[in-house]
Design a protein around this ligand. Structure first.
Ligand code: 13P
Length: 268
């Protein structure tokens, strides 16, 4: 078990990385790590996450209440969002929130990352939905994010930024990098005339690889009821709005999809 001081140093290192990579500006972004079921370390509010030292890091309980903080430091204003992730995803050990330029651009334009354009993004993330806008620091963001927690490890926050989580801090950070890289590629390929998407068969093979590797975390492909019904899933769903993941894919949706496909075949 890594000691607490080492984890604080890791949080500072990841803070510097997200700042140096331009994933946050000024004092933006926040990071937390779970120590045990009732102790969590988090970045303080209102400081640049690029210039932190271990003394900056605060400790909170599972309700986000301060257990320890040095003078002049208070936990992140977004601590409720972090705590909701830990509450609803017991497998999560770290959460990263940032405002990476391209991913946030998509979040502002209201465009989820749904196009299957490269194997790594399909395997690591599936698609990335957008949680509806909420006022920072209120329960609105945790409530909006909650809907996606059981099927995704990465969510865009409408008009705001991105949220990623995983079993440990490095993996949670890597998810943020993957989201931003995916968003950048999608943007660039759109400028170049539009991406040539992977076929449904290629996507299904990538999902299969993910299953074979037994990769940790949640992935939309594992749970999508459309996939279980043999229908296009996740990327093929078209909207990635989480509705099929929250169990809202009704029989009517499935019948409509089958009808659409049959009609497409008939008119070919
Ligand atoms: P904190 O400094 O309070 O963590 O807030 C930064 C931020 O990005 C809010 O969304």
């Amino acid at each position: 078990m890594v000691n607490e001081y080492e984890i604080k140093k890791q949080i500072c290192a990841i803070g510097k990385r997200i700042y140096d990579k331009g994933m946050v500006a000024s004092n933006d972004g926040n990071i937390s790590v779970k120590l045990n079921d009732n102790e969590f370390l988090c970045t303080p509010t209102g400081v640049s996450k690029g210039f932190m030292t271990p003394e900056y890091i605060c400790k909170v309980d599972k309700n986000g209440k301060v257990l320890q903080a040095n003078a002049g430091f208070k936990p992140s204003s977004e601590i409720k969002m972090h705590m909701r992730v830990y509450k609803e995803r017991p497998d999560v050990g770290a959460v990263v929130h940032a405002h990476p330029l391209y991913a946030t651009g998509f979040a502002i334009a209201g465009i989820p990352l749904t196009q299957p354009i490269m194997p790594e993004a399909v395997i690591a993330l599936g698609c990335v939905p957008i949680a509806e806008y909420g006022t920072p620091s209120t329960e609105e963001i945790p409530d909006a994010v909650s809907k996606y927690l059981q099927s995704f490890d990465a969510v865009l926050l409408e008009n705001h930024g991105a949220l990623t989580f995983s079993d440990n801090l490095l993996n949670a950070y890597h998810k943020m990098e993957s989201v931003e890289f995916y968003a950048r590629l999608l943007y660039i390929s759109t400028q170049l005339g539009g991406p040539k998407e992977l076929s449904e068969k290629q996507v299904q093979r990538l999902y299969e690889i993910r299953r074979q590797f037994g990769m940790k975390g949640k992935h939309p492909a594992d749970l999508c009821p459309n996939s279980k019904a043999g229908l296009p899933s996740c990327h093929g769903c078209g909207n990635c709005d989480g509705s099929c993941h929250s169990g809202a894919a009704t029989e009517a949706d499935i019948v409509a999809e089958i009808t659409k496909r049959v009609l497409e075949q008939m008119t070919k």
